[in-house]
Each structure stands twice: as structure tokens, then as C-alpha cells.
Design a protein. Structure first.
Length: 122
């Protein structure tokens, strides 16, 4: 049995808006994963969408259940902290692995590296 009927109308509208915004931003991030071309472009859209979408959905949950139980509920803060910390770290590790793979698959000449000296004009 739910107690959603006990939620004030203003809070129900706010929770609905936060949920829809969070779900929409998460969906936009997921669509970015499908539309963008390279791995490096694809990595950013879901990362940003996941972080902001999760924050909005967790905010809606905090608002709803804090009002229904008449006390602040902070369980969602743990979820937000976990997502906020792990998502960028995962992106960084995946990007570094992809860069390592790209450099390992395409060997460069010794003369074409960025640290080679260019001949000076006299």
C-alpha cells in the first residue's frame, strides 16, 4: 500500500518534474551513446547524463519520502556520492585504456614524434 495520496499537491508536482527531468536527461545521454561516432565522443554523453539524471531522480526521491515520513531521508545522498565518484573515474580509466590501445596499434616513426627536433633554417 502506498501513501502517495498523503503527499501535498505542490510536492507531487515538484517530484514529478524532477523525475521527468532526470529521466529525460538520462535518455538524452543514452541517445548520445548511439548517435556519436568515435569512442571518445561516446564516452562523455552517458557520463554526464548519468550523473545529472541520477542527481535529479535522487532529489525527487529525497523530497517525496522526506515529506511522507516527516523526517529528512539521506539514503539517496550515499547513492549520489557513489555515482558522482565512480562515474568520472570509470570514464577516465576507459579513456586511458582506449588511448593505450590506439597508441599500441599504430606505431609511430622515431622522426614523427612530438619531441623530435626540427631542422633549423640558416
Amino acid at each position: 500500500m502506498t501513501h502517495a495520496a498523503d503527499l501535498p499537491a505542490w510536492a507531487a508536482w515538484a517530484v514529478s518534474a524532477l523525475l521527468l527531468a532526470g529521466a529525460g536527461i538520462t535518455m538524452i545521454g543514452s541517445l548520445g551513446l548511439l548517435r556519436l561516432g568515435s569512442f571518445y565522443q561516446r564516452a562523455h554523453a552517458p557520463t554526464l547524463g548519468t550523473s545529472l539524471g541520477t542527481a535529479l531522480i535522487a532529489g525527487a526521491s529525497m523530497l517525496c519520502f522526506s515529506l511522507l515520513q516527516m523526517r529528512p531521508l539521506l539514503h539517496e545522498v550515499l547513492i549520489l556520492g557513489f555515482v558522482t565518484i565512480t562515474t568520472p573515474v570509470t570514464l577516465m580509466l576507459l579513456a586511458r585504456a582506449a588511448m593505450f590501445r590506439d597508441t599500441a596499434e599504430s606505431p609511430q616513426d622515431d622522426t614523427s614524434g612530438p619531441h623530435t627536433e626540427k631542422p633549423q633554417k640558416r
